[in-house]
Design a protein around this ligand. Structure first.
Ligand SMILES: [Cu+2]
Length: 158
């Protein structure tokens, strides 16, 4: 029985040390300035003169704070980056609703999670948003003709 008590004491000690370590780790995280370490940074651009984003898949953790920089590195054309609350059918509806609007976004923004403004060639913009729950969400460019031309991709939320 004596040996068993020793094992129990050692387990208890290990547990106490583990808790102390976890608390220390939590305190260190709390001490960090906001935006460093806890968020996810993404960058996306446009290759050459093509109607494409330079990445067709982005992955982020569910509910993470996202900072996304869209560089319109395309030589000559305007583009935006619009993340919708669903797949391609939702993307098509958002795209259709924005075609005649000055900013190419529908007046009803309920199906839009995040969007940059329309950027001229050479401009960039960084936007912040909270990732939705797990799933696949389409991102598109709503400048007329671009989504139809294939300017789209998928944000995977895990
Ligand atoms: Cu575009």
């Amino acid at each position: 029985m004596k040996g068993r008590h020793t094992v129990q004491r050692q387990l208890l000690l290990a547990l106490v040390l583990l808790c102390a370590g976890l608390l220390a780790a939590c305190n260190r995280q709390d001490a960090q300035p906001q935006g460093s370490g806890s968020g996810t940074n993404l960058t996306i651009g446009v290759p050459g003169m093509r109607l494409l984003f330079d990445r067709d898949t982005l992955s982020v953790p569910a509910n993470a704070q996202i900072s996304l920089t869209f560089n319109n590195s395309n030589a000559g054309l305007q583009h935006n980056w619009v993340l919708v609350r669903g797949g391609d059918s939702v993307a098509a509806a958002v795209n259709d609703g924005g075609q005649t609007q000055p900013d190419f976004l529908p007046s009803d923004r309920s199906q839009i999670i995040a969007a940059t403004r329309v950027l001229n060639s050479g401009e960039s913009e960084t936007i912040s948003f909270t990732a939705p729950g797990p799933g696949s969400y389409s991102f598109i460019c709503t400048v007329p003709g671009h989504f139809i031309g294939g300017m789209k991709g998928v944000l995977r939320v895990e």
